[in-house]
Design a protein around this ligand. Structure first.
Ligand SMILES: Cc1cc2nc3c(=O)[nH]c(=O)nc-3n(C[C@H](O)[C@H](O)[C@H](O)COP(=O)(O)O)c2cc1C
Length: 327
């Protein structure tokens, strides 16, 4: 079995293994990507979604999201529903050093879909086609798409995603990630991996990346076995356990509580190196809460984490958690 160690290609971009960190809004920024690469095991990382409308009006916050140094390969994800803005934002990502540019066709948040972006594109295949075509024509780097199984159960049951798959092939995308929930499901229920299997079975020329509910090494192997997807994309599983990619590659790796606490500390150090202290604090409050799920003393830690008003208080909370875990 080639999974998960073998490399795969997204056109001419070589991804060193079959494990992809999912794009996560306000999480997979440059510090987090640096961190997760340092922990190891991940083959490809994807930026958080960046609004194409914000990029074309040169909003500082959006431009900062394109920050990337020495990350290879790196995919930057853009969102939007206007072909011209998406084409221009793809060019900006390419100029900022992206190896791949990805179109978000999955975000269920109503503030995104009401502007015609994210999963709203699943309701308008002609517009989606113009958006992807614009991006493909605008850049030399490969363009990829991340989509859901449909807007709602009836669209999913009609199998409309199959029409999207063929349209993507005609337009010339180079990989597709599928999170097989509908927009209406948001994050409830289960990811229906049979959709990924059906997508693979179409024999489209680009690799299909499976996503959704991979939380353990066993899940990753099962997804590959059940669907035949080319790679596995992991979001929340890697947030709860940042060693998950390594565990998939290294069956004997045991993740201990001190390792998880060290991870929290290391991410905070990277955040402090790369961001203003206030921003670093805000981010670690959000991500540290995920990292310590199930850790003994984690509940009290999360309370201290939220109360911490400066980096010193936060370090003290991490130390207290460590003492509690080893005592
Ligand atoms: C906090 C959070 C933020 C997310 N942000 C994005 C995003 O920016 N772009 C995107 O395409 N998907 C986003 N997603 C969806 C994930 O990439 C992924 O498709 C979903 O969580 C299912 O995978 P998982 O079960 O491995 O988490 C987000 C999900 C979560 C939980």
């Amino acid at each position: 079995m080639t999974f998960p160690h073998s490399p795969f290609q997204i056109r001419d971009v070589e991804v060193p293994n079959r494990l992809v960190m999912a794009p996560l809004h306000e999480i997979t920024d440059q510090p987090f990507r640096k961190f997760i690469r340092e922990v190891g095991g991940v083959g490809l990382v994807v930026s958080e979604m960046i609004s194409s409308e914000a990029l074309v009006r040169h909003a500082v916050k959006a431009e900062k999201m394109m920050a990337a140094t020495g990350e290879r390969p790196l995919s930057m994800q853009v969102s939007g529903g206007r072909p011209e803005a998406l084409a221009e934002s793809a060019r900006l990502c390419e100029a900022a050093g992206a190896d791949l540019v990805d179109l978000n066709m999955g975000c269920p948040a109503s503030n995104v879909t009401k502007g015609g972006a994210g999963s709203a594109l699943l309701r308008d295949m002609r517009l989606a086609e113009r958006c992807v075509t614009g991006m493909v024509k605008a850049v030399k780097i490969p363009v990829t798409v991340k989509m859901r199984a449909g807007w709602d159960a009836s669209q999913k049951d009609r199998g409309e995603f199959m029409d999207f798959l063929r349209m993507f092939e005609n337009v010339g995308i180079h990989a597709l990630a599928i999170h097989p929930r509908t927009r209406v499901q948001q994050y409830t229920g289960h990811a229906d991996w049979s959709i990924i299997a059906r997508a693979v079975a179409t024999g489209v020329s680009y690799p299909i990346i499976g996503n959704g509910d991979v939380n353990t090494r066993e899940d990753a192997f099962r997804m590959i076995e059940e669907t035949g997807c080319a790679a596995v994309m992991i979001g929340r599983g890697a947030l709860t356990n940042p060693y998950l990619f390594r565990q998939i590659l290294e069956p004997d790796l045991v993740v201990t509580t001190p390792m998880r606490i060290d991870a929290t500390l290391r991410l905070f150090q990277i955040l402090l190196d790369l961001l203003e202290p206030r921003e670093a604090l805000h981010k670690i409050k959000k991500i540290g809460a995920w990292f310590t799920k199930g850790v003994p003393g984690g509940h009290g830690f999360r309370q201290n984490l939220h109360a911490a008003s400066d980096p010193v208080a936060l370090m003290a909370a991490i130390d207290a958690l460590r003492h509690q875990a080893v005592s």
